[in-house]
Design a protein around this ligand. Structure first.
Ligand code: ADP
Ligand code: MG
Length: 695
């Protein structure tokens, strides 16, 4: 393989998948007709029989065999939907949307009618919906309202091998539901051979293997990995394009940023090469990609062109893109990692597991022999990935469990239990937020918080805003925070203008942090009648704004539902900040002499994020931040200035005077002490409260 410099063939452990003969499938064939060409088709009757006879069935099948799109349709055709809906969970939003849209097309109905999907903040279902795809997190929320899932006849936990936090919790909950609902059918569907473990967990449930079609995949890897793997990716794409037979290329990258970088640089490289040779069509796919662009990835490349799909892990098993013949796998993905000691959560770029590597390679051998270019040595990888439950922040899950009446979270029926200190940390946080009482039972505040499909700190901020009479401002801020960091954009050639436009929302920076700037952006947009033109002028992404408006509407509905009065106090910035602190008081940081910050309750140095309006401004002494992101340093994203005495006013059970005292001048200190002693209602002298240690 001289033409692809640097790659050598992997040793003979080459996959020995069965070659099950050729089948022809032209691109012109309608989605509907394509159904009977899927590997699962021949097993339809057997499958239906097994589902009828077994309450719980574990199904394992090659990715792309048709599990996700076909099984719900088979069940509907067999009459299951007369008894109730068919629910099918997916770990990823994009997968839920994309698969639902495909199935609606195959069934021949409008998306959202008989076939629909439900993801956080977006419900595309109706009264008519009988096949419902949803994220695993959404089914978890449905259990809060419908503990026995009465409206369902079948629940499919799909992509079970992904072992997301919500999927793991669902395993235990649906297992219980099945016991009280003998008519309910439960299908656990997985792409890998972890099936035995699933079967054991579900009391020796029957396992059914769907034989797939697989062609041999030639695996090549780099003996000497290069430091800049994105550059290697680009070079490999170009080389494949110039020297290899026709067939699409699938590249696995870790996220939107990498995808955009590769897209830009690859386009440039192709331009530099001139127009000789055929064209390539670049199709990105990641979770924040606008829906119409998501559909593009499934369109076959026009004759004479080659499609290059730049995908996140989503293309590993959740989505199957036909026509891929070459896979380029740098060997990384992003995982959510939580450190229970510091309470720090971060997305880390991590090497994939051997199991993932095999899946990724397999994507190239679906319709004919394929090739996989690995930018790593398979020997360096771990066999499997640690389930998310063992490395995640559990606060949200613990609150959900408590709300479901599960008291003893330590003895919950976990498939793989989380570390005990992660559970403890979650309980502590929920207690500090007032969601649980001393004996760990859910409080009234906790019950209200559960109504909001957001993390506990954010839901506490929303619920807590009632007291500060600014619930309208707070749900706006919450909605803006929920769209992530895609509000402002900085086109490469207009960065100066973009930055200036952004800073207009920060006038009086000392007082206005990122949270309040986001509020101003939203309110100004509203004043401009939600104008797209205005967004353009201000370098704001109108799509994000529309999404924020949708989210805000839903939060508004939920506030009404739990009976929180809608109040507005736009000019009282202190009140708004206090409401933010009501949820985010654990995220406080104090300026240090060298200009960095230090978390008040943790010995951890953190920095203002370069995207923050406070970056480079004269520093505020005390900040509250929304989240920490780890890139080159630990950065606080979305920060706002606050007063330290508020910490004691708002969270006297969490902060003690000694946490905030040392840098305050004596006079202020005394004032704070007086305030705090009256607040916490002790009549003891301040000295005693000083020695009072934190628990
Ligand atoms: P599995 O769940 O077993 O991995 P799927 O049911 O997802 O398999 O996929 C079966 C087939 O449906 C694949 O050939 C795939 O390309 C096709 N498919 C799935 N979703 C879409 C979509 N949104 N657009 C076009 N084709 C799709
Ligand atoms: Mg699937």
């Amino acid at each position: 393989f001289d033409d692809l410099t640097g790659f050598v063939e992997e040793s003979s452990e080459a996959e020995t998948g069965k070659h099950r003969g050729c089948y022809s499938k032209t691109a012109a064939e309608k989605a509907r007709e394509g159904r009977e060409f899927l590997p699962i088709h021949g097993y339809r009757e057997e499958l239906l029989k097994l589902i009828e006879e077994n309450q719980v069935l574990v199904i394992v099948g090659e990715t792309g065999s048709g599990k996700t799109t076909q099984i719900p349709q088979y069940l509907q055709e067999a009459g299951y939907t007369k008894r109730g809906k068919i629910g099918c969970t997916q770990p990823r939003r994009v997968a839920a949307m994309s698969v639902a849209s495909r199935v609606a097309q195959e069934v021949g109905v409008k998306l959202g009618h008989e076939v629909g999907y439900s993801i956080r903040f977006e419900d595309c279902t109706s009264e008519k919906t009988v096949i419902k795809y949803m994220t695993d997190g959404m089914l978890l929320r449905e259990l809060l309202i419908e503990p026995k899932l009465d409206s369902y006849s079948v629940i499919i936990i799909d992509e079970a091998h992904e072992r997301t936090l919500s999927t793991d919790i669902l395993f235990a909950l649906v297992k219980d539901v099945a016991k009280v609902r003998p008519d309910l059918r439960l299908i656990i569907s997985s792409a890998t051979l972890e099936a035995k473990k699933f079967s054991e967990y579900f009391d020796s449930a029957r396992i059914y293997l769907i034989p797939g079609r697989r062609y041999p995949v030639e695996k090549l890897f780099r003996k000497c990995p290069e430091p800049d793997y994105l550059e290697t990716v680009i070079r490999t794409v170009v080389q494949i394009h110039q020297t290899e037979a026709i067939g699409d290329i699938l590249v696995f990258l870790t996220g939107q940023e990498e995808i955009e970088t590769v897209e830009t640089n690859l386009k440039r490289r192709m331009m530099d090469l001139g127009t000789k040779g055929s064209e390539i069509i670049i199709c990105p796919i990641y979770s924040n990609l606008p829906t119409p662009l998501q559909a593009k990835v499934f369109e076959p490349a026009p004759k004479g062109t080659r499609k290059v799909v730049l995908a996140t892990n989503i293309a590993e098993t959740s989505l199957t893109i036909d026509g891929v013949k070459y896979v380029i796998d740098p060997g990384y993905f992003k995982i959510n990692s939580y450190n229970p000691r510091t309470g720090m959560e971060s997305l880390l770029v991590t090497p994939i597991s051997k199991a993932s590597a095999a899946q990724r390679a397999g994507r190239s051998g679906r319709t004919g022999p394929g090739k996989c270019f690995r930018l790593y040595n398979i020997k360096d990888l771990e066999p499997t990935t640690i389930p998310e439950i063992q490395r995640a922040n559990l606060a949200s899950v613990v609150l959900t469990l408590k709300s479901l009446g599960i008291q003893d979270v330590f003895n919950f029926d976990f498939m793989d239990p989380p570390p005990e200190n992660a559970l403890l940390k979650a309980l502590e946080l929920l207690y500090a937020l007032g969601a649980l009482d001393e004996i760990g039972e859910i409080t009234k505040v906790g019950e209200r918080m559960v109504e909001f499909p957001v993390d506990p700190m954010l839901s506490k901020m929303i619920v807590g805003s009632e007291k500060y009479k600014c619930s309208k401002e707070i749900i706006t801020i919450a909605a803006m925070l929920s769209v992530g960091n895609s509000v402002f954009y900085r086109p490469k050639n207009q960065q100066v203008f973009a930055d200036k436009a952004r800073m207009d929302f920060y006038e009086d920076t000392k007082n206005v942090g990122d949270h309040i700037a986001l509020l101003r952006v939203y309110n100004s947009w509203k004043e401009e009648n939600y104008s797209t033109q205005w967004c353009c002028e201000k370098f704001i992404q109108s799509k994000s704004m529309k999404r924020a408006r949708d989210i805000r509407d839903q939060l508004l509905g939920l506030l009404n539902k739990i009976g929180v009065e809608l109040t507005s106090n736009p000019n009282d910035l202190d009140a708004i900040k206090k409401a933010i602190l009501a949820g985010f008081f654990p995220h406080s940081a104090k300026l240090q002499k060298n200009g960095s910050y230090r978390r008040v309750k943790e010995p951890q140095t953190v920095y203002v994020h370069p995207n923050s309006g406070l970056f480079g401004a004269s520093p505020s002494k005390w900040l509250v931040y929304h989240e920490l992101v780890l890139t080159t340093k630990e950065y606080m994203r979305h920060t706002t200035e606050m007063k330290p005495e508020w910490l004691i006013e708002i969270a006297p059970h969490y902060y003690k005077l000694k946490d905030i005292e040392d840098t305050r001048p004596k006079k202020t200190q005394r004032r704070i002490e007086e305030a705090s002693t009256s607040k916490v209602d002790t009549n003891k002298k301040t000295r005693t409260s000083k020695v009072d240690t934190n628990k």
